[in-house]
Write a protein of this length. Structure first.
Length: 150
C-alpha cells in the first residue's frame, strides 16, 4: 500500500497531465460527434430544399395557371398553409437526377432510412407570387429527433 502511495506522490504532476489530456480528448470526440450529426442533418435539409426548389420553379409554378394573374390567384390560396410535397413524390419528379439523391436520405448514425412520406418540403408562396417568391420549410423524418431524446 505504501508503494502505491509513494508511486502516486512521485508521479502526481504526470498523472494530472495525463488525466487532463484524456478528458480533453473525450471532450473533442464528443463535440465532433455532435457536429457531424448536425452536419449530416443540415446536408439532408439542404438537399431537400434543393429538390423542393427545383420542383417548384421548374415544374409546379408553370402548371398553376395560364398567365401571371391566374398563377397569383391560385398561389395566394397556399400562402399560409403551404404546398406540401413529400420525398417520395420529389423522387418521382425528375427521377433521373433525384434517384441518386434519394439514396442520401439515411441517418448516418442509426443507418435508418428516412420516411419518404413524412419527410417533406413545404413551399410557401409569397409577395408577388413570382417563380422565385417563396419560402421553403423542410421536415425530416430520419430518426434524428429520437436520437436527441436519448
Amino acid at each position: 500500500m505504501n508503494k502505491v502511495k509513494d508511486f502516486f506522490k512521485d508521479k502526481k504532476k504526470i498523472l494530472i497531465v495525463v488525466f487532463g489530456v484524456i478528458v480533453l480528448i473525450l471532450a473533442v470526440l464528443l463535440v465532433m460527434k455532435v457536429l457531424s450529426k448536425d452536419n449530416a442533418k443540415n446536408n439532408l435539409e439542404d438537399t431537400l430544399i434543393s429538390m423542393g426548389r427545383d420542383f417548384y420553379e421548374n415544374y409546379y409554378y408553370d402548371k398553376t395557371g395560364k398567365n401571371a394573374d391566374e398563377r397569383k390567384d391560385f398561389l395566394k390560396k397556399f400562402e399560409k398553409q403551404g404546398i406540401k410535397i413529400d420525398l417520395d413524390n420529389l423522387g418521382r419528379y425528375n427521377s433521373n437526377t433525384n434517384k441518386e439523391k434519394l439514396k442520401e436520405f439515411v441517418n448516418p448514425t442509426t443507418e435508418e432510412s428516412c420516411n419518404y412520406q413524412n419527410t417533406k418540403a413545404i413551399i410557401y408562396p409569397k409577395g408577388n407570387f413570382g417563380k422565385t417568391d417563396y419560402d421553403i420549410e423542410v421536415i425530416l423524418d430520419c430518426g434524428f429527433d429520437t436520437e436527441e431524446e436519448k
